[in-house]
Ligand binder design. Structure first.
Ligand code: FAD
Ligand code: PYC
Length: 415
């Protein structure tokens, strides 16, 4: 359906009653070939790839709230692939390459803006660690560059370069292909494309338990009744520990609140994403003009989705030390999401201890950038019963074998 300016106005006045739905609201069926738990970006992407790449016909996404109402709608939209280990680079750069063509593939503008992401070094020690990280990333084929203080100043003229700055800027490093993408659009684009391929997206449908017979998944019990399923995929973000416990196993994760905030909108003042490893502060400017900024994890495990005031204060203070001009802005909103952080800060993907139940969890503070990869590899595992070669190192078994992928630093913000 096409809309003229006049018809847009008429629709607005009529409460949008005549607008075409972007996806259906189908009734829950008693049986599906594949059920994905969680209607965030990852779950919706998994359903899309199940239908498009693997031709699985009867697929459902079950979401207990509304699409993208979890961390997909709460994150600060940073995309990048500047990780330390080759396994991580393969994973996150796969995702970034998908993002680079996703608007075209989904015919939905995800507003990808590869404006570059710059990490600040505040000491000689920071610079030495960054030199090592950049070397490792370049060996893995990632577009990173080490910058001296003058080069950082050319990119971030509003940052505090005075000699007595609390967080002096010695230099930094940049990934120019990094940037931001519109988080809602990623979820909605995948939802619309999955729906068009026949996927049932069922909102307000909570998975309460699993039906397991002889160690094999047979279906899920939901707030709308039981559903039989050939394969079940878990993409529940901050609730993976809760769901794993219902399926009878434990995950090596800890759940924390992660906070973010926005300022009132202003004209363009910041053309890159800036991140300060040492303080845990990062900031970018949205297309609306708001400064979107955030923090490292709150200090103790919690399922309270609002975050603690000391973290808010510390991060606002760090931002104002690094960008003193932002003192003049009002803060509009603060919020948090619950993130599941594995012991090595890398995601947990692939088969679970229950046959035909597959995992896509533990994305911690950094899974938005990985949405296409999480979805793609979950779909691969659900359709084939096996890992894709890129997801294999992220198997749950690494916590038994000791083959951990410790991305505590590469995950980007303070842990
Ligand atoms: P979600 O979007 O949370 O989707 C999971 C869904 O599962 C939810 O909608 C939830 O309602 C549903 N669900 C849970 N339990 C059940 C159940 N029992 N039955 C049915 N449905 C269920 N990552 C980045 O890469 N870049 C960033 O800049 C970034 N910034 C962040 C800032 C903040 C403040 C936060 C909180 C996170 C940030 N992240 C970032 C992390 C990122 O948001 C997540 O890793 C990512 O969004 C996870 O996507 P998802 O689809 O797996 O999860
Ligand atoms: O993973 O880049 C990231 C990130 C930034 C803020 C939160 N996560």
């Amino acid at each position: 359906m096409r809309y003229s300016a006049f018809s847009l106005l008429r629709q607005g006045l009529a409460g949008h009653a005549g607008w075409q739905q972007a996806w259906r609201s189908p009734p829950l069926q008693p049986r599906y070939d594949a059920v994905v738990v969680g209607g965030g970006g990852h779950g919706l992407a998994a359903a899309y790839y199940l239908a498009r790449v693997h031709g699985v016909r009867r697929v459902a996404v079950l979401e207990r709230g509304w699409l993208g109402g979890g961390n997909t709608g709460r994150n600060t939209t940073i995309v990048r692939s500047n990780y330390f280990f080759p396994e991580s680079v393969a994973l996150y750069d796969f995702a970034l390459r998908q993002y680079e063509q996703l608007s075209e593939e989904l015919n939905f503008n995800i507003m990808l803006s590869q404006r570059g992401m710059l990490c600040l070094g505040h000491s000689e020690h920071d610079m030495e660690m960054m030199a090592r990280a950049v070397n490792a990333m370049q060996i893995n084929g990632i577009d990173t560059e080490l910058l001296d203080a003058a080069q950082v100043r050319a990119e971030l003229p509003l940052a505090n370069f005075t000699a007595d700055a609390r967080y002096p800027i010695h230099g930094g490093f940049v990934q120019r292909r990094g940037g931001i993408a519109r988080h809602d659009a990623v979820a909605w684009g995948y939802a619309r494309a999955a729906d068009a391929l026949g996927v049932d997206i069922v909102q307000n449908c909570e998975v309460l338990d699993f039906i397991i017979t002889g160690g094999r998944i047979a279906g899920v019990r939901t707030s709308r009744g039981d559903v039989a399923a050939g394969a079940v995929g878990l993409s529940p973000s901050g609730h993976s520990g809760v769901l794993a416990a219902k399926a009878g196993f434990r995950l090596p994760i800890t759940s924390y609140a992660l906070q973010a905030m926005v300022s009132e909108p202003v004209k363009p003042v910041l053309h890159m994403v800036a991140m300060s490893w040492a303080t845990g502060m990062y900031v970018s400017q949205s297309d609306k003009g708001e400064l979107v900024f955030g923090a490292g994890l709150d200090l103790y495990p919690s399922y309270a989705q609002r975050g603690n005031l000391p973290t808010t204060q510390a991060i606002v203070a760090a931002m104002l030390e690094i960008f003193p001009a932002f003192r003049r802005l009002k803060m509009l909103r603060q919020w948090a999401g619950i993130v599941d952080v594995p012991w090595d800060y890398s995601p947990i993907l692939g088969p679970s201890p229950v046959a035909n139940l597959y995992l896509n969890c533990g994305w911690g503070t950094g899974g938005f950038k990985a949405t296409p990869a999480g979805g793609y590899f979950l779909a691969h595992a659900m359709a084939t019963g096996r890992h894709h070669p890129i997801s294999a190192p992220f198997d749950l078994g690494r916590f038994s074998t000791g083959a951990l992928i410790d991305e505590a630093a590469g995950a980007g913000i303070a842990h």
